[in-house]
Design a protein around this ligand. Structure first.
Ligand code: MG
Length: 165
């Protein structure tokens, strides 16, 4: 891991925290979707894997980009029609999911399957973030997909490591 990746990992963690999301929150989703396959899976091991995912340049870049768009949208600073599309979390907008795929992409097809699942079922903190986005003036349009993608990628990482063992 390069020095920049290390520094940006810390920045990404802080940025997620500033939006109300902890590593534990994301690891909880990973645990929920993987515990049925691995009976000894612990929350600590899931957290380790979330942190490993956050060390990837591609992952950090998606976090910086997506959360920046959410924040700019809250301030009304995106040009129209984009601000309204993002603010209303318009179902056919879809760029939030596409951007998050940039995270899942690093981890192959198991990541993709898990991403679809957590997005549909709104597991754990995703449900909370989704409600905040709908009921307050906070914009969480990109954040919910980013969380789902990190959790899905961590799950994929765990699966790949178990196969290697
Ligand atoms: Mg979204």
């Amino acid at each position: 891991m390069s020095y920049t990746d290390l520094v940006n990992k810390e920045k990404a963690i802080k940025l997620l925290l500033s939006r109300g999301v902890t590593i534990r929150d994301i690891a909880d989703i990973t645990l929920t979707i993987q515990k049925q396959y691995y009976e000894n899976l612990t929350i600590e091991y899931c957290e380790e894997n979330v942190i490993k995912v956050l060390e990837k340049t591609e992952v950090q870049n998606v976090i910086f980009t997506g959360i920046a768009l959410d924040i700019l949208c809250e301030k009304g600073l995106l040009p129209e029609p984009l601000n309204e599309l993002v603010a209303s979390d318009y179902p056919l907008y879809g760029v939030d999911e596409i951007l998050a795929l940039g995270i899942v992409n690093v981890y192959g097809s198991i990541g993709l399957t898990n991403f679809g699942y957590v997005d549909k079922e709104k597991v754990g903190i995703i449900n909370k973030v989704d409600k905040i986005g709908k009921r307050t003036d906070k914009c969480m349009t990109f954040l919910d997909d980013i969380i789902g993608a990190i959790a899905a990628s961590s799950a994929s990482r765990i699966a790949h490591n178990r196969i290697k063992e």
